[in-house]
Design a protein around this ligand. Structure first.
Ligand code: NAP
Length: 335
């Protein structure tokens, strides 16, 4: 039985990649509960690229993490004690909780997870935030039609894998871009992608894309940005759509990076590029969760998890996202 609460506090805002000086790993007492709060013991914690943005204090859609306060993110865990009428001891719940063994959190910020329906970890990916991101970005902005070609960067990660599988369900030709042979073999052999390109080993990404997309590109689901997107943009068809989901290639930049300017192409080809944040769609989560859960239970959406053991290894699991360690969703098993 754990009697202390280990937690990671933000010690310093990183410049470039975070390192050990970014965090303080401390032990404190298990938090006391206020009215309507629930004490949750975390089981699995999600590390996500957007957390890099919250470590800095630049203006963004999510509030920065506070210095000397716990970092937080998606967690699935067990209710240990409850002062909230909707939750009882033993319930499995998910919500935004601390990088810690325990979090005291308002019950209104938690959602119950049914452990008999799907493995509880899926609440942090295919049946959770990354799945919702893929769903709304592709279906609402991408508007895929049968026979169209969809290209996905960051294709072998939590969001990218789901995008590709939904695009296959919609009858599209799907081409992934990812950083290893193992990842690309999985995309083709297990998930049914039509082609996959290793951007780290190809000499000419644009040419490789041209060969993989003989009819041009109708939808580019961008998780990455940088030179990968530069290579894709010039191959976009008339009336192509670009759901701009992420720019992980730039999250640790210390200077604004410049690249080819493609806005004339976007103008001439009437291309739609739309940045989005999954929370824009909060009012429609229920509809999406239902579809995703159905596709997952029917085996139409498969998934992979990369699980690092031990809360103490969370910072390295987070850095692994930028090294490309993860095939599928990167999680941390807290204890
Ligand atoms: P993920 O893809 O599971 O993990 C990140 C992957 O990005 C790594 O495995 C790595 O794979 C790739 N990567 C890292 N640095 C790269 C670089 N410099 N160039 C090319 N690829 C790089 O992460 P995720 O959770 O699914 O998120 C994917 C993207 O969506 C991120 O940009 C994230 O910020 C964004 N996102 C946006 C929303 C939203 O609401 N808009 C919500 C969730 C996620 P390789 O081996 O292929 O390099």
């Amino acid at each position: 039985m754990v009697t202390k609460n280990r937690q990671f506090l933000l010690a310093k805002r990183p410049i470039g990649l975070p390192d050990e000086s970014t965090y303080n790993f401390v032990e404190s007492d298990i938090p006391e509960l206020k009215a309507n709060e629930v004490l949750v013991r975390g089981q699995y914690l999600s590390v996500d690229p957007y957390m890099r943005g919250r470590m800095s204090d630049a203006k963004s859609y999510a509030a920065p993490f506070e210095l000397d306060q716990p970092l937080n993110g998606g967690v699935v865990g067990t209710v240990i004690k409850s002062n909230h009428p909707n939750f009882s001891e033993g319930d499995t719940v998910t919500g935004r909780m601390d990088w810690a063994d325990y979090t005291a959190i308002g019950g209104d910020q938690l959602r119950k997870v049914n452990p008999d329906q799907a493995p509880i970890t899926t609440a942090l990916h295919v049946n959770g935030m990354p799945g919702l991101t893929a769903y709304f970005g592709l279906l609402d902005i991408g508007q895929p039609k049968e026979g169209e070609t969809v290209v996905i960067s960051g294709a072998a990660g939590a969001v990218g894998m789901v995008v590709g599988q939904i695009a296959k369900l919609k009858g599209c030709r799907v081409v992934g871009i990812a950083g290893s042979e193992e990842k690309n073999a999985y995309l083709i052999n297990e998930l049914g992608f039509d082609a996959a390109i290793n951007y780290k080993t190809t000499n000419d990404l644009r040419q490789a894309l041209k060969e993989a997309c003989p009819d041009g590109i109708d939808i580019y689901f961008d998780n990455v940005g940088g030179e990968i997107s530069d290579a894709v943009f010039s191959l976009l068809n008339f009336h192509a759509r670009v759901p701009l989901c992420g720019q992980i290639a730039h999250y640790n930049d210390t200077q604004v990076s410049m690249g080819p300017r493609f806005l004339t192409t976007f103008l001439k080809r009437s291309i739609l590029l739309k940045g989005f944040i999954v929370t824009n769609y909060e009012g429609r989560y229920e509809e999406a969760i239902k579809d995703l859960a159905k596709w997952v239970s029917e085996g139409n959406i498969k998934y992979k998890e990369n699980i690092v053991e031990g809360l103490e290894n969370t910072p390295d699991a987070f850095l692994g996202l930028f090294r490309g360690d993860n095939l599928g969703k990167q999680l941390v098993k807290i204890s």
